[in-house]
Design a protein around this ligand. Structure first.
Ligand code: SF4
Ligand code: SF4
Length: 447
């Protein structure tokens, strides 16, 4: 049995914000499977690192689950066919990562079924940690929380750091998104299997699953399924944004602090998302690749909001057809409203890192996007909100003057992880985080 003090974390990070959650309309709806569209668009660069290299040709038939692109370096993962069909070609297509991206186009057969026709069952207990990490790599798994960082790399921290704890991120602190919540409730055993696999890869004896306290049903579901002596625990942490950011979550569940500019492994921690580990728990025993993911389709512009199991490569337009869309002037955001990316084209496909499709119709755009801005009134709200203790007001003024180097050298711009708390808090509606994104990309390109 778990006591309340075991389940509830007492410490948390300082600052942050608490925007309206907008979770109620989808949190209680079970995951539903979405059918195949006629054509899937599969970008080769769905992950951080080097894009995969296609290993199929135009006209080739592929079956659901078969590898269609190979990893091209250590920080790279393969790609698998989400449906049975024929390769139409490899073309430049719109994607959330750039206007035109090399992508495999797959025409799905009308007769295509949900049966996965490629895979090889594995006895996971007989595999060494190295073999497990290789098996993770072969699934093509990346961080499903949105980061899309290859999982096998994350499960191989630098050897100069002694990692002792896996922190599993079940916070889902972005408004509107509930896909992680549903996976914790519906795929609990897969999540715990994925957690045990990750612990073996890392060689750690302890894992803590951190869940925001607006999802206590998920805390209960996980606590009820944890095997005594497994080294796994679950902890409820305060609901506030950005509780799901790695550094903030580590502070909340372990009361350890990642040094400025550092990585979690320096303080003995690796963080993985609940969605990633649940999916690993489903795929690894069957030796299958990542071909679908759970996506929250939600927002004032969606008629049938919910969490859908969507084939990777499905165009956003097809997702909206299935979920119903009012068709008024809308803004479509992939991910959550705080850190997601607005996409101009309905042809943009769902990729491995897409956690949500948020549709804001016209009245919501006016309130949520807040298009007009005014001069800074030096109210200090952005400083009170910034979880990294930066000075967004000063950074914003320097950005306006294009003093990018000063932003980096004196005001620690690179410690900003673009959470958007400052922009959200600003009564003058100054698009601070957009300024910082531009400044960071300019600084990165400097020799
Ligand atoms: S976007 Fe950057 S500067 Fe703004 S609150 Fe977040 S970390 Fe701080
Ligand atoms: S919140 Fe906006 S108006 Fe207030 S100090 Fe920061 S940038 Fe200026």
């Amino acid at each position: 049995m778990f006591s309340l003090t075991q389940l509830f974390g007492r410490s948390t990070f300082s600052h942050g914000i608490h925007p309206p959650e907008h979770k109620a309309e989808t949190a209680q709806r079970p995951i539903r499977r979405m059918p195949f569209p006629q054509q899937l668009v599969l970008p080769l660069n769905q992950h951080i690192g080097k894009p995969a290299v296609a290993c199929v040709k135009k006209g080739q038939e592929v079956v659901r689950g078969e590898p269609i692109a190979e990893a091209d370096s250590y920080v790279s993962v393969p790609l698998h066919a989400p449906a049975t069909g024929r390769i139409r070609g490899i073309e430049l297509m719109p994607s959330a990562r750039g206007p035109r991206t090399p992508s495999i186009l797959l025409d799905v057969y009308e007769s295509a079924t949900q049966e996965v026709l490629w895979g090889c069952e594995r006895d996971l207990d007989s595999l060494s940690p190295e073999q497990l990490i290789q098996a993770v790599r072969e699934t093509g798994m990346v961080g499903l929380g949105g980061a899309a960082f290859p999982s096998h790399v994350k499960l191989t921290p630098p050897t100069d750091h002694a990692v002792d704890t896996l922190v599993v991120n079940g916070c889902e602190c972005e408004p509107y998104l509930t896909c992680d919540h549903r996976m914790m409730l519906e795929w609990t055993d897969a999540l715990l299997l994925g957690t045990r696999i990750a612990m073996r890869c890392l060689g750690v004896a302890q894992a803590v699953i951190g869940v925001e306290d607006n999802k206590l049903d998920a805390v209960d579901a996980i606590a009820a399924r944890i095997q005594p002596g497994s080294g796994i625990s679950v902890k409820a942490v305060p609901t506030k944004y950005p509780q799901g950011a790695e550094k903030m979550l580590i502070k909340s569940v372990l009361n350890r602090e990642v040094p400025p500019g550092g990585i979690p492994a320096q303080i003995g921690v690796v963080v993985n998302n609940v969605g990633t580990l649940s999916m690993l728990g489903r795929l690894l025993p069957k030796g299958e690749g990542l071909i679908e993911r759970v996506v929250s389709v939600v927002g004032p512009g969606v008629e049938r909001p919910g969490n859908y199991l969507v084939p990777i490569g499905t165009p956003v337009g097809f997702v909206l057809e299935q979920a119903g869309h009012e068709g008024r002037k809308s803004e479509i955001i992939l991910g959550g409203p705080m850190m997601g990316t607005a996409v101009p084209s309905l042809d943009t496909p769902i990729t491995k890192g897409t956690s949500g499709v948020l549709v804001l119709n016209e009245p919501a755009i006016d309130t949520e996007s807040r298009l007009r801005s005014w001069p800074c009134i030096r109210c200090g709200r952005c400083l009170e909100a910034c979880p990294m203790h930066l000075n967004p007001s000063m950074l914003g003024q320097l950005a306006a003057k294009r003093e990018y180097e000063q932003m980096g050298e004196q005001y620690h711009l690179m410690d900003c992880f673009e959470c958007g708390c400052c922009s959200y808090s600003c009564p003058s509606n100054i698009p601070l985080v957009q300024y910082f994104r531009i400044a960071k990309s300019i600084l990165r390109e400097k020799p």
